[in-house]
Design a protein around this ligand. Structure first.
Ligand code: SF4
Ligand code: SF4
Length: 215
């Protein structure tokens, strides 16, 4: 490994962008495997959820109680009201049956009707975002500072094309404003979670773990 690359891996200023360059992956196709997460003490219920400016958001399904504090805090911070339906992190959507919906063997699957495990999900900030590519008004753009795909409110006409285009239906149209809402990577949900089901691993630590996992 070149000296430059070693410096990048251990540099305290390692950023999300540098990490993505190092791994050569888009955010949605993360190379953060369960074995890397296990280096931070996570069990098999943990999933890499998305990239925040300060690090990787990890969801630990074994700790989520479905209390919806993350959803409430998200809309309070970003919309000035409590309206879980438009939250950028979604827990209640998968409350009964998990992310794959009702299935024949639902009793063994996620959700209150199954194994009682919740499945909080949020925008994966795709490198090739279906939502932005489908938007007829070009109202979803990359924030120049964070790289997050964000909605430009003045341009959004509330048509819902982004929500239909997203494979996970993560954008939501606010029925009061008729504008799309989607994750802006603020991290408010993480701070609000009382059980630490949501946590952030810094990009510096992820880069180090990635480095050592290759040795
Ligand atoms: S809303 Fe969906 S399609 Fe758009 S960036 Fe997020 S995960 Fe990707
Ligand atoms: S705040 Fe934490 S425990 Fe509560 S629903 Fe959200 S992720 Fe689950």
């Amino acid at each position: 490994m070149s000296k430059d690359l070693v410096k990048k891996v251990f540099d305290k200023e390692t950023t999300r962008r540098e990490f993505l360059k190092l791994t050569g992956k888009g955010i949605a196709g993360f190379a953060v495997t369960s074995s890397i997460l296990s280096m931070f003490g996570f069990g098999e219920e943990a999933m890499a959820a998305t990239a925040l400016p300060e690090g990787l958001l990890v969801v630990d399904r074994s700790k989520c109680t479905g209390c919806q504090r993350c959803e409430i805090t998200c809309t309070l911070q970003n919309d000035g009201k409590i309206q879980p339906f438009i939250s950028r992190i979604k827990v209640s959507e998968n409350y009964n049956f998990g992310t794959s919906g009702p299935k024949m063997n639902y009793q063994y699957e996620d959700g209150q009707m199954g194994n009682l495990k919740m499945a909080p999900v949020t925008c994966k900030q795709c490198r090739e975002p279906f939502c932005a590519n489908a938007c007829p008004k070009n109202a979803i753009v990359a924030d120049p500072n964070t790289g997050a795909r964000v909605v430009v409110k003045d341009k959004c006409v509330g048509c819902g094309t982004c929500a239909e285009a997203c494979p996970w239906s993560l954008p939501t149209i606010d029925p009061e404003t008729n504008k799309a809402t989607k994750c802006v990577t603020c991290g408010a949900c993480v701070k609000a979670c009382p059980t630490k089901a949501l946590s952030i691993i810094s990009w510096e630590d992820i880069s180090k773990a990635h480095f050592f996992s290759k040795r």
